[in-house]
Design a protein around this ligand. Structure first.
Ligand SMILES: Nc1nc2c(ncn2[C@@H]2O[C@H](COP(=O)(O)OP(=O)(O)OP(=O)(O)O)[C@@H](O)[C@H]2O)c(=O)[nH]1
Ligand SMILES: [Mg+2]
Length: 459
């Protein structure tokens, strides 16, 4: 595929800021930038790679549009492996847009979302898994999410995939050599050896697949909904976990009418935390909608934090909510223990059965640490979490690996059924191809387009 045109985009968020960057990539990047640039001494065409040149953006009437710094990176040592120019304008909507307009008039084409990264991929600078990690890196909400994304960007996953592909390819080659030249003196690989090596790859695949649930959490966060009757302290909990007065807290039951969603980091785990309207029977029209929404959020939640009030004890409203909770991954929070210094909440504990309860007071802060610890335990429960190991975070990768696993298991079955080895090779080839989809070695153009369309403009 020959990439001929030069693309441009505003790579910084639109709004007031210290600087705003217009980025160009392609054969004519330097030329186009040159056509609207006046430096003090040097021309951009003469600028060495990785240099920054000071000057002004000038329109046709020789009027100064902005004072800029222009960085020039030359192919193939750039993000896209093409010539890349970045015009650092003063931030603010007008200047950056104006420069962008001029660049487009000068012959650049507006980049599609993710097109810079797509070019980096198509030009062989990074593979598909690495490209995908860029968007994860941008979206990372906790340090751990960031760490996982950076690992993938530096190629830890890709290396692992390539290693397994090599193993499979060797195996295929050996089987085929055996098939094609049965009389040759190639060491005959016995069924046992094939099987042994097959199990090695299969073991690696299974281990990777086991990390996928944890990996998904780091990439997407856990949808956590705080639910309870009005006035128990749900919004207070959101604020406490966020360490910010985000939601309105009052002593009037029915304060929260709409859902409030924020991402918080609990010991490195990203929670998409949702505060909801207190659930109760109400005649108030707006509150009623809020209550309906609370119930919807509850249904879609990965984790439910059910909160009740120690000072009121269990009410009919609580009992209704507890009924909903049966099959949900959830924690029970008994709040406002400062108001009632009793430790026996046996009725609540009896009703919620196996579920973990946390007694706390958001007024004094007591119990908050315990809650965070319990959330952590619940999230990691039964999940594989290996520090600094390769982790599967992406559902696309997970699906591919599951297919690979299936092909390899079929290969094992074929061997066990004592069928000819060339039948095994068919399964192995399928596994080899599917593995290549992860790194993008074997992948359709449609899929590539679909992946990069999820990126932001300018990346
Ligand atoms: N004494 C005491 N008061 C608390 C505690 N937690 C919250 N409150 C108070 O309880 C009242 C209700 O708190 P909110 O956080 O608004 O409760 P909510 O569950 O969001 O209420 P709705 O939005 O109406 O459903 C406020 O006056 C809080 O200050 C606590 O641990 N102890
Ligand atoms: Mg509230």
């Amino acid at each position: 595929m020959v990439i001929d045109d030069t693309i441009a985009a505003i790579s910084t968020p639109i709004g007031s800021a210290g600087i705003g960057i217009v980025r160009l990539s392609g054969k004519r990047a330097v030329m186009i930038a040159e056509s609207i640039f006046r430096g003090k001494k040097k021309k951009l065409a003469e600028a060495p790679a990785f240099s920054i040149t000071y000057g002004h953006i000038i329109n046709k009437n020789e009027e100064v549009i902005d004072e800029v710094l222009v960085s020039v990176m030359r192919a193939p040592k750039s993000f896209t492996a093409e010539d890349v120019v970045e015009i650092n304008c003063h931030g603010g909507v007008v200047a950056v847009r104006k420069v962008m307009e001029m660049v487009l008039k000068g012959g650049a084409r507006l980049a599609e979302p993710g097109e810079f990264s797509k070019r980096a991929f198509l030009n062989g600078r990074i593979d598909l898994a690495q490209a995908e990690s860029i968007i994860d890196l941008i979206n990372a909400k906790t340090e751990k999410s960031l760490q996982v994304a950076v690992g993938q960007l530096t190629g830890t996953l890709s290396d692992k995939i390539r290693y397994m592909r090599r193993q499979l390819l060797e195996l295929i080659a050996q089987i085929e050599a055996g098939i094609d030249f049965p009389e040759d003196d190639i060491e005959e690989i016995t069924v046992t050896i094939i099987k042994k090596r097959l199990f090695e790859v299969l073991g690696d695949i299974r281990m990777l697949l086991e990390t996928a649930d944890t990996g998904k959490i780091f990439r997407e966060g856990i949808k956590t909904v705080i639910i309870g009757k009005p006035n128990v302290g749900k919004s207070s909990l959101l604020n406490a976990l966020l360490r910010e007065k985000r939601a309105i807290v009052t002593d009037v039951p029915g304060t929260t009418r709409d859902i409030i969603e924020e991402v918080v980091s609990i010991r490195g785990i990203p929670l998409k935390l949702v505060d909801t309207a207190g659930i109760r029977d109400t005649e108030d029209f707006i509150e009623k909608i809020g209550v309906e929404r609370s119930k919807e959020m509850f249904i879609g939640a990965d984790l439910v934090l059910f909160m009740t009030d120690a000072s009121t004890g269990l009410t009919e409203e609580d009992r209704e909510i507890i009924k909903l909770m049966k099959n949900k991954n959830s924690l029970v929070i008994i709040n406002k223990t400062d108001l009632k210094k009793q430790t026996d909440f046996s009725e609540i504990k009896g009703l919620v059965g196996e579920k973990d309860t946390v007694e706390m007071s958001l007024l004094t802060g007591e119990g908050l640490e315990v809650l965070e610890e319990k959330i952590e335990q619940l999230v990691y429960a039964g999940r594989v979490f290996v520090q600094d190991e390769v982790m599967i975070t992406n559902i696309r990768h997970k699906n591919s690996l599951a297919l690979v696993q299936k092909s390899l298991e079929e290969a094992v079955n074929t061997i066990n059924a004592e069928m000819p080895v060339d039948c095994v090779a068919i399964d192995l080839k399928a596994a080899w191809e599917t593995l290549g989809e992860i790194t993008g070695e074997t992948v359709s153009e449609d899929l590539i387009d679909q992946i990069f369309s999820q990126f932001c403009i300018g990346k």
